[in-house]
Ligand binder design. Structure first.
Ligand SMILES: [Zn+2]
Length: 54
């Protein structure tokens, strides 16, 4: 059984899923807040290694 779950918060998606493109993949999230969270995570990943951390 494949229940749809939010790619950000991992909760179950009932009914309305929001599709988010990450790189070449499309994932589904439960709400726009989660969509934004994923987009921000993707942005930080796609940049080069964090310079000047710490
Ligand atoms: Zn979510």
């Amino acid at each position: 059984m494949t229940a749809r779950t939010c790619a950000a918060c991992d909760c179950e998606i009932d009914g309305t899923a929001i599709k988010v493109k990450l790189g070449g993949n499309t994932v589904e999230v439960c709400c726009e807040a989660c969509a934004r969270a994923l987009n921000e995570a993707e942005a930080s990943i796609s940049t080069d290694a964090q310079a000047g951390e710490g």
